[in-house]
Design a protein around this ligand. Sequence first.
Ligand code: GAP
Length: 565
Amino acid sequence: MSQIMEMLVRRGFIWQSFEIYGGMAGFIDYAPLGNGLRRKIENLWREFFVVNERSVEIDTPTVGIEEVFIASGHAEGFTDVAIECSECGRVFRADHYVKEKLNLEVDPTIEAVKAVIEEFDLRCECGGKFKEPEHFNLMFETKIGPGRGKKGYLRPETAQGIFIAFKRLSDYFRHKLPFGVAQIGRAYRNEISPRQGVIRLREFNQAELEFFCHPGEKKHPDFHKYADDVVTLVDKFDKEHRITLREAVERGIIAHELLAYFVGKTRRFLLAAGIKDDKLRFRQHKDDERAHYAVDCWDAEVLLSYGWIEVVGIADRSDYDLSRHTKYSKEDLSVFVPYDEPVKVKRKKVVANIAKLGPVFKEKAKKIAEELGKLESAGDEVKVVVDGEEITVTSEFYEVREVEEEIHGEKIVPHVIEPSFGLDRITYAVLEHAFDVDHVDGEERKVLRLKRYLAPVQVAVLPLLSKDRFVEEAERIAESLRESGVYTELDTAGSIGRRYRRYDEIGTPFCVTVDHQTFEDGTVTIRDRDTTSQIRIQKGRIVEVIKELLNSEKDIKEFGEVFRP
Ligand code: GAP
């Protein structure tokens, strides 16, 4: 880990935020290469979960008004248990501290933490005693506007922006389920003691898909694409399975096909980003571990030098969010789902006797009849409200009859299946899995074996000598690559060997070198990062060959004769 971190900082992937003021845990800067890589991973995600899904992408504010988070449950429930030292004042997240010091899993409740502290006489690292454990809400609170302003929070997940726009989104999709809505953006959590470097951040990037479906139809027409994929699952009883997704659904290990579909698609996305399959598993949340909104949840976990780390959460949020926002906003967030054929149903209905109502209730009789018609049952008397007046009507004025009605559909509150990705953790995991050390010409070499299409610098053009005619030719080649959309650097500094090492270390898949022969026969060399072998091709073919290589896993030998200098 320290080798990788040293390289990531030195080469310009990740830097500590606020560095000149001493830094602050939980914040990182994306330096030029890290920013390039994360953006590419973001675009790969878009390809999987927006372009090739029945979904759209939206972008909503990162600041939310208080009402949103009261309804979502975050204002009350988005808490961790904190323990503060009475001597030095340091504060720790209780479950993490107990795990670190006692290697015990403790329920994140005040009572459970208190019991462990007492039983094991758990102390702070300074030897001090802890005060009473307390709930700590992870949302950053803010004030919107001047003066007393309005209370708001920085969003702890991008998802809420989607739920509260549901009415508009449902109109956009003409109320036809299922549909997905994606959002990529910053989320904020005031983590109690983020001590895991780039893994636990206070400001981070999420890519979330909220997939709205009929509660009775948790299926996906494309499930067949992943059904035969073999995945590693760890169920909520800690039992490991190596099985196909089809079997996982049939045996009830994964609750339904739609969750399994997103497990499969998430796995394919992570593999496409460069995560190693043998260091990837899906772990089901235990019953006492799930977030307040989830009825089932599977985390994609990746094995890193930190241990198994959650990078994606795939949750069945049921109708929790839409029902809560319906209740708190008083807006109807249901969808009318028409039946294929209308169905006839028999139901009881209170039918007024107009002939009797008229003489007694005069001008109010019609409205009373209407109110009675809304009822399905009535005893000896009922009370109805007409023009604000409560009127008691006795059974001589109505009868309860069975009637047959035609029903054309039903109103339902959609359920939500949510794959939620942490882009920062995925970016770091991709870097760790790509990092390799091998030996070339008897020397140790550090190389980042990134997927070619994700490399932040795709090609380096290197003039063998820093003489004008070499540099000018290299500039012309670099320009033509850039014009065709290939991210290209031109580097003239240092020996050619040192320059190759530099680009190996930042994961650049190809180096193009202008050498003496270029001026004799118009050829340049292309060097492959992974094998270090080279081919020689006409400089006029560079753009065509590089573009084909970058978007494939083809060997450079398909384009020319390979040699090792
Ligand atoms: N909308 C659901 C949701 O936010 P989550 O499991 O809390 O679910 C989803 O978060 C993903 O966001 C996680 O799998 C993780 O990759 C990332 N994430 C969560 N907290 C994070 C933090 N403090 N720092 C970096 N990434 C984080």
